[in-house]
Design a protein around this ligand. Structure first.
Ligand code: KG4
Ligand code: ZN
Length: 339
């Protein structure tokens, strides 16, 4: 018998709903919130209001795209953290009400674990899933982690950022360059026509397998402040080289610790997950390691990299198999935890 699960994601500024049949995605719809562009970052109050407006239409459309009735669903899975509390509460309230109304199990999903489990979605364009154990570089707007993945429900963070996340580093650098939020994808686009070695920035010294990106942001800020003194058009004249150099540096910082982690653990199956894994520089660096025969790499399909409910649905599927259900008492959490 096939298992049908509805997945709901509302941790930040994307309202997403997906329907999965076993490991195959039948629908994965996302309503983005353009409103935050005017503010240079996500405004939590506006995000939760927009989720309220989007959630019913997105779920209704996902069910109709999947061509199933709500009575066909075996469970509802939703993100209960980490994320913005007001945003999480919208998905939480819907999922709890839906579970009660339909008499189906409620499944809580950790957003960061879901980014990793996106690798297990059955999709021709995605290739094979990584075998256990593997290392996953999980890079998003709020987190940067090296995770030792021993099983679908057995993950250990062995390195993480001590300040900014990689996505934040991209977004803050973009903001300094005067680009709108979120700047990560724009830096990526501009970098395609620039020289990654045009400008160099110092790399952080961080103990163990941890990361730091706040120093990079400060050095970009001071570098541009000095250059702009002599040439007010410096950023405009060098935007491609600047973007390429910033991207190269962030990717190199990410790769250095990841190479160290691979060496320390002896694991050569290396995956990436989270919004920043959409970055073409990071993808190229992974492919290069594979081409050199160092690693076997696993890169998720583009639409499963940034926030989406397909990853919530696949995590819900694996938890359903374990009968790992939640009660109506479940409360959302804002900061990363292992639960
Ligand atoms: O995982 P995600 O969609 O949301 C969070 O859970 O945070 O990640 C969003 C982050 C943002 O910082 C965004 O700028 C970054 O991922 N991002 C990128 C690219 N696409 C998204 N950063 C660099 N290059 C990209 N192509
Ligand atoms: Zn995310």
């Amino acid at each position: 018998m096939s298992i049908y699960i509805l997945g709901i994601e509302s941790s930040c500024d994307d309202t997403s709903a997906a329907v999965i049949r076993d490991r195959k995605i039948l629908a994965n719809l996302i309503a983005n919130q353009d409103i935050h562009k005017d503010y240079g970052g996500v405004v939590p109050e506006l995000a939760s209001r927009a989720h309220q407006q989007h959630i019913i239409p997105v779920i209704t459309n996902a069910l109709s795209k999947a061509n199933i009735q709500k009575n066909d669903l075996h469970a509802v899975a939703y993100t209960n953290g980490p994320g913005l509390l007001g945003s999480l509460l919208v998905g939480t309230s819907f999922a709890k009400g839906f579970s009660l109304a339909m008499g189906i199990p409620l499944i809580t999903v950790n957003h960061m674990h879901a980014h990793i489990l996106a690798h297990f979605i059955e999709d021709e364009q995605q290739g094979a899933s990584p075998p256990f154990p593997f290392l996953c570089l999980t890079v998003s707007g709020g987190h940067t982690q090296i995770v030792l993945v021993k099983g679908h429900h057995d993950m250990e963070v062995i390195g993480q950022t001590i300040d900014d996340a990689a996505g934040e580093a991209f977004d803050k650098a973009a903001k300094i360059m005067g680009l709108p939020y979120p700047g990560g994808p724009l830096i990526d686009k501009l970098a395609g026509e620039g020289d990654p070695h045009a400008f160099t920035f110092p790399h952080p010294r961080v103990p163990g397998l941890n990361y730091s990106f706040s120093g990079l942001k400060t050095s970009i800020l001071y570098f541009l402040r000095d250059r702009l003194k002599n040439n007010v058009h410096f950023i405009e004249n060098h935007k491609h080289d600047l973007a390429a150099s910033i991207q190269y540096n962030i990717v190199e910082i990410l790769m250095k610790q990841l190479r160290r982690a691979a060496k320390q653990t002896g694991i050569q199956h290396i995956a990436m997950a989270g919004g920043v894994s959409a970055n073409s520089g990071l993808r190229a660096a992974f492919r290069q390691e594979e081409a050199q025969g160092n690693w076997k790499t696993y890169i998720p399909k583009f639409e499963y990299c940034t926030d989406n409910a397909a990853m919530i649905a696949i995590t819900g599927y694996y938890k359903y198999l374990e009968k790992d259900f939640s009660s109506q008492q479940a409360t959302p959490f804002t900061r990363y935890s292992d639960k």
